[in-house]
Design a protein around this ligand. Structure first.
Ligand code: ANZ
Length: 846
């Protein structure tokens, strides 16, 4: 018999769980310590697929683990149910189709699937972000951010997806393309709402250090790069014929003496203004150039090895450190919205500047001798009257000739008071001098941009602002929240560049809360990442009607102890949730500053080596898999397929093997012939050792997410138990019962239905899912040891006490290191070593 009626077992236990609700989180009467385990909540597009199965299998294993460890576990589930796919489905469905219907039908399907999967959720805490009871608190959050100056409107060139006809946040543009549909993103000048995440840039960056060791290092690194803090100086340059100075940001103020020209971003206001004062020909050339630049994507502009283009603006800046005149150019490798949209160009030490200088024949001046040593005592660099080091072969590394900028460390030359200093010291000195002179100051610049949250789509949270007739923009008063979405029926949802809500005339019309005069609502909806930025707190009281979440509950449960989900959220969702958590902290609503204490990123489930997705048509059906091979077999097979963080190829996942294993486990329980109060200590010692080694190791293994190893150890224990049953005292051996019980208790992490069935067969009341795990008996963990003899030229020269399972290699090492053996060998050489672990090592020496 290789299989069993998994369907019958599943139905039986799912019904009992639904009746008894054993996985509901305990309230205040529950004195156990708490753990909050959370899987990234699903988006309800279609049914669940195997990628979800993997994610939620691990979530469930972790939640069950903490319950077995004696914790009061909160493990809720909800749906991230606003968003484009619902709206697109409704558009496809034609007039009268409603994204709401599509969404809630899919959610119903998901709920059935999660029950079929055997997930141990607290079903009393379900939430959907598209419920007015939920999104009302998004609107509340928006108002709080607005009050604090963290929500604001501005006009700027935004990312626009021509296909979805909506703006996108920077985080939603992947390699220049729309994260959702893959269309190439273009720039469009629009007035939109932003959240001021940049105000939190330093904290978002610095607090990542707390997460080191608890989040995957790769994710921390991606967040660091995304925030992209650069440290350097702002330097002011006078412009001939202009009253105001221009300021540039530079990470290398030490190279100020090497600046030979200035470059401004052609699409900046500054460039337009500088060009204005120039001759008609220059103005024309500038306008033509700007035209081409505006058709070039930002990605392309940042490509390093692209030929440099630009126009001379016929204006000059004055270097504040030495009064030199620097020609000002406009070139597209300088970006308008980074730093100040202008740079001092130092071609000798910056590759982009060098490429430009060589293309337009501009001077190159070396100010850092990168051949000079920077460690040890500061060498005295002898310079000639031009400041060039005497006797140094700078010729061979001259960037003007080699085309390679000198970006490394070295000693400053040609730089007046900075001469002889290393790069680091020269940077510090330059900032001091600039500060003293009032022409510069220490400064930081970030890659991070404010979070654009307006969307020109229907299926999202309406932005709770009112546009008055006299042009004011005022918040909808709290007591009027939620601003509920109108009925989709009768609205044209087709993307047309403005929000479909604009067409809901009656809905759009409101009154100015201050004057009572007619006014209009804001027609845009919020980015759905607002919804998911705080949902983990809503689970603490999902039906609360007076506040987004109770602060007292948050301090009991949150932050989330284990957060589990895909690496695709490494930046977007995780960064936004971190930001909003810090805002809530500043508001005094939570007492922690990081939302997710530890993070597990599972790999992807691949089919034919590519990501499973509906659009690729390579989905393994979730619903039918729950019938055959069954939920437990799918979950065990996934957990066994490899380390959590690795991608899994579905072809390599053996559900048949998992089915056989589960059948074997169940048969062991059925074969147990001793009563529940049998004395284990009288059982077979060898089998007991296998059982207790599992108890000794399983906690550490789960804590390190080594689920595949746990499954392997369970398989080992099942095999060892079968061996004992088939020999000696057989199924009446107390060690067999002890082992079978251990299997049921640990198997519960991955195959809860089978585990509950075993537990019942073993004579216990349900539910094994809440039974505390056992401690390993230390006396059973001592490894068996044996005596090994070491011979030298046939004579016994030493004996060693070693573990019975020692490898030959280890044994030989111990033998060579043994004091007596070494004395016997003396200064002779070992010409031959014969090792028969664990008993004999025989050396031949000459
Ligand atoms: C002079 C200099 C000399 C620079 C040198 C670098 C090396 P990260 O590290 O990426 O922050 N820069 C400043 N604003 C810019 C803009 N809007 N578009 C393109 N480049 C810009 O880079 C900071 C450096 O990038 C700044 O330091 C500036 O060039 C340039 F040997 O100033 B540097």
């Amino acid at each position: 018999q290789t299989s069993f009626d998994s369907r019958a077992i599943q139905t039986k236990w799912q019904t009992r769980w639904a009746e008894a609700d054993p996985f509901k989180a305990g309230g205040d009467e529950d004195t156990r310590p708490r753990k909050y385990v959370l899987g990234m909540f699903p988006y309800p597009s279609g049914d669940l697929h195997m990628g979800h199965a993997e994610n939620y299998a691990y979530v469930d294993a972790v939640a069950r683990f903490w319950r077995h460890r004696g914790y009061n576990v909160l493990n809720p589930i909800g749906w991230d149910s606003f968003g484009l796919p619902a709206e697109n489905a409704a558009i496809k469905g034609g007039a009268g189709s409603d994204p709401r219907e599509w969404t809630y039908n899919n959610i119903a399907q998901h709920k059935t699937s999660f029950r079929a999967f055997g997930s141990s959720y607290d079903w009393s805490r379900v939430l959907h972000t598209s419920d007015p009871e939920y999104y009302r608190w998004n609107q509340w959050l928006f108002q709080r951010l607005f009050e604090r100056g963290l929500a604001y409107r501005k006009q700027s060139a935004v990312n626009w997806c021509p296909n979805d006809q909506t703006v996108l946040a920077n985080e939603q543009v992947v390699d220049g393309h729309c994260e959702r549909c893959g269309y190439e993103v273009v720039k469009k000048k629009l007035t939109q709402w932003y959240f001021k995440i940049t105000e939190y840039a330093d904290r978002l960056l610095d607090d990542l250090n707390q997460l080191e060791g608890f989040w995957p290092h790769k994710v921390l690194q991606m967040q660091r790069n995304w925030i992209g803090r650069s440290v350097g100086a702002d330097i002011d340059f006078e412009i001939e014929g202009r009253d105001e100075k221009i300021t540039v940001f530079s990470t290398r103020p030490d190279t100020l003496h090497g600046a030979t020209f200035m470059v401004v971003a052609p699409d900046s206001d500054l460039a337009a203004e500088l060009a204005e004062g120039a001759s008609p020909e220059v103005q024309q050339r500038f306008r033509d150039y700007l035209d081409t630049v505006q058709k070039t994507s930002e990605i392309e502009r940042q490509t390093a090895d692209r030929p440099k283009t630009g126009v001379f603006l016929d204006r000059f800046a004055i270097n504040p450190i030495n009064g030199e005149r620097l020609p000002i150019w406009a070139a597209d490798y300088v970006l308008a919205d980074y730093g100040h949209g202008a740079v001092m160009a130092v071609p000798a030490h910056d590759q982009r500047d060098l490429d430009f200088a060589r293309a337009f024949d501009l001077p190159v001046k070396v100010v850092v001798d990168t051949t000079a040593p920077v460690t040890g005592a500061i060498p005295v660099i002898e310079v000639d009257e031009d400041g060039v080091p005497i006797g140094d072969d700078l010729e061979s590394i001259d960037p003007a000739r080699t085309g390679t900028a000198l970006t490394g460390d070295g000693r400053l030359i040609n730089s007046g008071s900075l001469n002889g200093l290393s790069k680091r010291n020269a940077i510090a000195r330059a900032i001091e001098e600039l500060t003293a002179a009032g022409t510069g100051r220490a400064a930081k610049t970030y890659r991070l941009r404010d979070w654009l949250i307006s969307r020109q789509r229907f299926w999202g949270t309406p932005i709770p602002m009112i546009h008055t007739e006299d042009g004011r923009i005022v918040p909808v008063p709290d007591e009027q929240l939620p601003v509920v979405l109108p009925d989709a029926k009768g609205l044209d949802l087709k993307p047309k560049g403005t929000s479909p809500l604009g067409g809901a005339t009656e809905w759009m019309t409101t009154v100015d809360p201050e004057t009572g005069e007619p006014a209009l609502r804001d027609a845009d909806t919020m980015d759905t990442f607002v919804d998911s930025s705080w949902y983990f707190l809503r689970f603490l009281a999902p039906n609360g009607a007076t506040e987004p979440f109770p602060t007292a509950e948050a301090s009991k449960w949150a932050p989330v102890d284990s957060y589990i989900g895909g690496v695709e959220h490494a930046i977007l969702h995780l960064l936004y949730a971190r930001f909003i958590t810090k805002v809530l902290f500043d508001m005094g609503l939570v007492d922690f500053t990081e939302p997710f204490t530890s993070l597990i990123n599972q790999g992807m489930v691949l089919l034919d080596g590519s990501k499973m997705s509906k659009s690729k048509g390579n989905l393994v059906e979730f619903a039918s898999s729950m019938d055959d091979p069954g939920a437990d077999a799918v979950r065990v097979a996934i957990a066994f397929a490899g380390p959590v963080e690795d991608d899994i190829n579905w072809e390599d996942v053996s559900t048949t093997g998992a089915q056989k294993f589960l059948a074997r486990a169940l048969r062991i329980a059925a074969d147990v012939a001793s009563p529940t109060d049998v004395v284990w200590a009288e059982g077979d010692a060898a089998l007991r050792r296998v059982t207790h080694r599992l108890w000794a190791d399983v906690v550490g293994l789960v804590e390190q997410s080594k689920f595949n190893v746990v499954v392997a150890r369970l398989m080992e224990l099942v095999n060892a138990t079968r061996k004992t049953i088939d020999s000696g005292a057989g199924s009446a051996d107390p060690a067999v019962r002890e082992a079978a019980e251990a299997v049921a208790m640990v198997l519960d992490l991955f195959a809860p239905h089978t585990a509950e069935e075993m537990w019942e067969i073993l004579g216990y009341e349900p539910f094994v899912g809440v039974v505390p795990w056992r401690q390993a008996d230390p006396t059973l963990l001592v490894e068996e040891s044996v005596t090994a003899v070491v011979q030298v030229n046939g004579k016994v020269r030493g004996t060693l006490t070693v573990p019975a399972k020692i490898s030959g290699e280890e044994l030989e090492q111990l033998a060579r290191a043994d004091e007596k053996v070494r004395r016997a060998i003396g200064d002779k050489e070992i010409t031959r070593a014969v090792v028969r672990a664990p008993k004999v090592v025989s050396f031949t020496v000459a």
